[in-house]
Design a protein around this ligand. Structure first.
Ligand code: HEM
Length: 440
């Protein structure tokens, strides 16, 4: 802190509830109004407390760089996703985070990704084969179930680990945790999502904990086995408890984010059949179960995925809390204050993205490269030391799903379809995205 920092500006708002309703109503509009009135760093009365909000690429970029280590993840995210995702990598800070991150990066190297890709192909094909074409096929729940099955297969080793019945129980426990983390009531009241989620967390801990010893001994290729084999510079591995915590968090981190990404792409390809045809042609000559190299080479798909992550970032806001007084762009942030890093607005600012609500994948292609307009204008996977560790894994998974989808089905949405996107927590379509799905 330099001592010359200014206090954060604040807009007049309703007492107690502050900007809560306008955020729940239309988050992007509320963020833009806040930015226009108060600039990139300001304070907001939200859900009964004061938070610092960071808007636009300069402020968000500075927070992600976190040069003076004043912003911490655990006290920020812990309020929202704890206790169900306790001590996952995203909820560790500073030296401890660094030590775990260094080890876990070994689980996401290229050779590891090649082996996850090999396990993914058959699982994707089996999952999509069970879809029933219909005039009103609900995409979102079908994709949720698909990505969960993929996680069970690729992360845990699937049938090698447990019977279908037990895996189903594990999936249900996991879904209970995800639902409670996104819920409004954040107390252990009887009959609430919270109570079900606590039971779910215990079941997951017991289930995964019971398999650690066998996974350590087995030398398997799934992510669970790989985590069990990791070693730090000092030769020490992760404790059984750390492995369980990381597994539960990884399942969560991979699930809703991949689901909404695939859902957004399906929606846009349903509206823009010319792009669907272009992607199908691009993927037509790939093998039945494409390798990592083959999936990597899908250039048009890369543009479409980036544009969809820009339009609907699966994690639109990052949670932090200041552990000491600091400043961002010359504005003071007091110690022990919630800080919301609102990535979403930067993806929709006309200053960087002409016609920002329009689906236009070529904006990411040469010579336009609108994503180069500002180093931090596009950050769907975050940035700095907490940047998504599963970024390449996510790309492979989404490509593998579309490779199979595009050669098996065609789909469309009614002309003029506008989806009711709920952006209050992690984004999802309230109508679950009904499409007309036909087999090719
Ligand atoms: C399209 C899909 C995905 C998106 C958009 C996404 C987005 C993000 C973002 C924005 C962060 C930063 C959070 C922060 O700074 O507070 C993050 C962190 C993280 N993501 Fe992802 N993610 C995706 C998929 C995945 C997958 C598939 C995995 C695992 C296989 C994963 C694992 C993680 C982990 C472990 C972290 C914490 C990293 C750390 O704190 O060092 N994510 N993700």
């Amino acid at each position: 802190m330099t001592g010359t920092a200014s206090p954060a500006p604040r807009r007049r708002a309703l007492p107690v509830v502050g900007a809560t309703f306008s955020y729940f109503n239309d988050p992007l509009r509320m963020m833009r109004a806040q930015y226009d009135a108060c600039g990139p760093v300001s304070e907001l009365n939200f859900i009964g407390g004061v938070s610092t909000v960071l808007l636009g690429p300069d402020a968000c970029g500075a927070a992600l760089q976190n040069k003076d280590k004043a912003l911490a993840n655990e006290p920020g995210w812990g309020e929202l996703v704890g206790p169900f995702f306790d001590r996952g990598l995203m909820l560790l800070d500073f030296e401890e985070h660094h030590r775990h991150r260094m080890m876990m990066q070994q689980a996401f190297t290229r050779p590891r990704l090649e082996s996850y890709t090999a396990a993914m192909g058959p699982a994707v094909a089996a999952g999509l084969d069970s879809w029933q074409p219909s005039r009103s096929f609900l995409v979102y729940p079908a994709l949720k179930s698909l990505t969960l099955d993929l996680a069970t297969q690729v992360f845990m080793g699937g049938a090698e680990l447990a019977s279908p019945g037990e895996l189903e129980q594990v999936n249900r426990a996991f879904v209970a945790c995800v639902q409670a983390a996104a819920g409004i009531i954040r107390r252990p009241l009887p009959g609430t999502r919270w109570g079900r989620a606590m039971k779910g967390r215990h079941l997951l801990e017991e289930f995964l904990g019971r398999h650690v010893a066998a996974k350590r001994a087995g030398g398997g290729e799934d992510l669970f086995s790989v985590l069990c084999s990791l070693r730090g510079d000092d030769g020490e591995g992760l404790s059984d408890r750390d492995i369980v915590n990381h597994m539960i968090f990884l399942l969560m981190a991979a699930h809703d984010t991949s689901t909404i990404t695939v859902t957004t792409i399906m929606r846009q390809l349903g509206v823009h059949p010319q792009w669907r045809a272009q992607l199908r042609d691009e993927a037509a000559h790939l093998s039945d179960f494409p390798t990592l190299d083959e999936l990597d080479a899908l250039e048009s798909f890369d543009l479409v995925m980036k544009e969809c992550l820009r339009l609907v970032p699966p994690v639109p806001v990052l949670a932090r809390r200041s552990v000491k007084e600091t400043e961002v762009l010359g504005i003071r942030i007091p110690a022990d204050q919630p800080v919301a890093v609102m990535l979403h607005l930067g993806h929709h600012m006309e200053e960087y993205w002409p016609d920002p609500t329009h689906f236009d994948p070529d904006r990411f292609a040469e010579p336009r490269r609108e994503d180069h307009g500002h180093r931090m204008a596009f950050h769907g996977f975050g940035g700095g030391v907490h940047k998504c560790i599963g970024m390449y894994f996510a790309g492979v998974q989404v490509r593998a799903i579309f490779h199979e989808l595009l050669r098996t089905y065609k789909w469309s949405v009614p002309a003029g379809y506008e989806w009711p996107l709920d952006l209050v927590a992690l984004p999802f379509p309230r109508d679950r995205l009904p499409v007309r799905l036909e087999k090719l």
